[in-house]
Design a protein around this ligand. Structure first.
Ligand SMILES: *[C@@H]1O[C@H](CO)[C@@H](O)[C@H](O)[C@H]1NC(C)=O
Ligand SMILES: *[C@@H]1O[C@H](CO)[C@@H](O)[C@H](O)[C@H]1NC(C)=O
Ligand SMILES: *[C@@H]1O[C@H](CO)[C@@H](O)[C@H](O)[C@H]1NC(C)=O
Ligand SMILES: *[C@@H]1O[C@H](CO)[C@@H](O)[C@H](O)[C@H]1NC(C)=O
Ligand SMILES: CC(=O)N[C@H]1CO[C@H](CO)[C@@H](O)[C@@H]1O
Length: 546
């Protein structure tokens, strides 16, 4: 082992052992781009600042950079008042828990019953209202979190057009990544990822059907967890597919992600997928301990990786090999494996959302208490989108909606729940195919992949996965444009991540793995984004780092 690394690991162990009790000796509050949720709690406890100060600082940071990054679509007009009331509560009753007074952004498909909109980025839903907070929003508020605002996203969670740009929505504009000029932020939880990467909130919530947490976390140098189907409620979230949609934390560190995850999981009578098989929920932050990984077996599906030979992939592979070497140093066993039925799984991931979307969208729309454009079905949304210049049709087509409606016309007749009619075509894959087979056959803890090719496997199978930073494109990396040609997808200095793919309900093990790799690699600290807001908290001398 590299002696510097050894030194570092030793130092981290000492540090990790004191975290639980309070800040380590000599702790100072860092810049907001690096502040963890624990830093924020210690700062609040020690009176370095209060949540009102913190909310005002984050709002000022949003104001500074949002014209360029378009990561946030709305500030919560009540955020300062909510912070003041949580400050009072802290003084009189003490903190509710680790999220007390911590500002968090919600992706703009997660509804709140307050002054903010929930639009999935479309003018179709501007001004619509809901009967209550979504379960995710309510759980965050119950934990004491402050919902700071809504983050921009690929419109309709990228479930509209084949000619799309990641992070573009008519209502929110074009989100950009902060590491390179005109950077493709990936999607669809684009604004959540960019906001976290430059420190516009302590953390953010994203949703994932097929890569929408992992992919933007990958390109913005942050941690994202794609949760097991059924662990997080989709109540009052603008859907794609009830058999695939999940909600997950996006954060700057694995431990922050674990803390946010703890607050949003659990059974919900409003979402029947949450209640059936959920095991006891562990304390995810207990997984955030440095330890030897000798009991962990990590499978590498080389057949998938070998298919990728373009220039930019080779720098990704180099970074991936470095991560594998670190895992081996930490004691983990790296095992060769394969994913069978890869092609069938790929097909199923598209068919399931086609089957679910019309009914699931109508079900969300039926719950609105105000519906300004009276859109209640997918065919109505389709007509409306055709007629509205702001929605940029036909330059941005509605291919996915047309294909979903066609599938229904061809195969489902009057059965609005088309999934049932098609179950035989892909249902068995969920059980026998994909990455579950190697996990069992090779007795693996998880599979590892570069995140750019990781999202496909945990979508239709409903399993958990996690991404964390593994490197940056090197100075000689070619500049590659994204599909529509208007954004830079890969270029020197743009981050890349590694993913671990586990079983259902494997979040604890994945957090454990990711935490241990993060502590030994510390990739995020190596490079700052190009656009970083300058507003910081006005700290008393005793709390100040510099
Ligand atoms: C928060 O701190 C600011 C000063 O930084 C102070 O003016 C304000 O009264 C505090 N608010 C609460 C609710 O304690
Ligand atoms: C939604 O956005 C509109 C236009 O920006 C704004 O007037 C309104 O207050 C927002 N909130 C709701 C719940 O409509
Ligand atoms: C929606 O329906 C209501 C009630 O029928 C009607 O008053 C309103 O004009 C309709 N709005 C639009 C945009 O069609
Ligand atoms: C996709 O969008 C680009 C940029 O606006 C446009 O030039 C192109 O014609 C569009 N393609 C299709 C198939 O609509
Ligand atoms: C709500 C919001 O942020 N809207 C912005 C969307 O993007 C356009 C142009 O990029 C801005 O003018 C809006 O203010």
């Amino acid at each position: 082992m590299d002696p510097m690394l050894l030194l570092f690991v030793t130092a981290t162990s000492i540090w990790a052992s004191v975290v639980a009790g309070g800040p380590p000796r000599g702790w100072r509050f860092p810049d907001l781009i690096d502040a963890t949720i624990s830093d924020i709690q210690w700062g609040l406890e020690k009176g370095c600042f209060n949540s009102t100060d913190l909310v005002k600082a984050y709002l000022a940071r949003i104001f500074e950079v949002n014209g360029r990054l378009r990561a946030v679509t709305e500030d919560n007009p009540d955020a300062v008042a909510i912070a003041a009331s949580l400050d009072k509560e802290r003084l009189t009753k003490g903190p509710r828990g680790p999220l007390h007074g911590v500002p968090i952004l919600l992706k703009n498909n997660i509804a709140t019953k307050d002054k903010m909109n929930n639009t999935a980025g479309s003018y179709a839903l501007l001004g619509a209202t809901v009967p209550r907070d979504s379960t995710i929003a309510r759980k965050l508020r119950d934990a004491g979190a402050i919902i700071l605002g809504k983050s921009n996203m690929s419109q309709w969670s990228n479930w509209r057009s084949r000619n799309f740009s990641n992070g573009w929505s008519s209502h929110g504009g074009q989100t950009l990544g902060a590491y390179y000029q005109n950077q493709d932020p990936e999607g669809s939880s684009s604004g959540s990822a960019v906001a976290v990467s430059v420190g516009l909130a302590a953390a953010a919530i994203g949703t994932e059907t097929l890569g929408s947490v992992l992919a933007p976390a990958n390109r913005n140098g942050i941690v994202g967890i794609k949760t097991t189907l059924g662990l997080t409620s989709r109540d009052l979230i603008i859907p794609i597919s009830e058999h695939m949609d999940t909600v997950g934390p996006m954060a700057r560190t694995v431990e922050d992600a674990a803390q946010v995850l703890q607050a949003i999981v659990g059974e919900d009578p409003h979402d029947r997928f949450t209640s059936t098989t959920m095991p006891t929920i562990p304390k995810y932050t207990d997984a955030c301990r440095l330890r030897n990984l000798a009991d962990m077996r990590i499978g590498i599906p080389w057949d998938l990786i070998k298919g990728l030979e373009e220039d930019f992939v080779s720098s990704e592979l180099q970074a991936f090999f470095k991560m594998l070497a670190i895992l081996e140093e930490a004691g983990a066993q790296i095992v060769d494996t394969t994913i069978p039925k890869a092609t069938e799984i790929m097909q199923a991931q598209i068919l399931v959302p086609f089957a679910d979307f019309p009914a699931n969208l109508a079900s969300y729309l039926s719950q609105l208490t105000t519906n300004p454009n009276n859109i209640t079905t997918l065919p109505q949304l389709r007509e409306w989108t055709h007629s509205q210049p702001l929605e940029e049709y036909p330059g941005r087509d509605i291919y996915y909606w047309d294909a979903a409606l066609q599938l229904h016309a061809d195969e489902c007749g009057s059965n609005t729940h088309c999934y049932a009619s098609n179950k035989a075509r892909y249902g068995h894959l969920v059980v026998v195919g994909g990455h579950f087979a190697p996990l069992e056959a090779d007795k693996l803890t998880a599979l590892a992949l570069p995140t750019s090719i990781a999202p496909f496997w945990t979508g239709v199978t409903g399993a958990a996965s996690i991404t964390l930073p593994m490197g940056y494109y090197p100075e000689d990396a070619p500049v590659q444009l994204s599909r529509r040609g208007d954004l830079v997808n890969t270029a020197p200095g743009i981050p890349m991540g590694i993913s671990f793919l586990g079983r259902k309900w494997s979040e604890y093990e994945l957090i454990e793995l990711a935490y241990n790799l993060e502590a030994r690699s510390r990739v995020r600290q190596r490079r700052k984004p190009k656009i970083v807001p300058s507003t910081e908290l006005n700290l008393p001398r005793a709390c100040r780092a510099r």
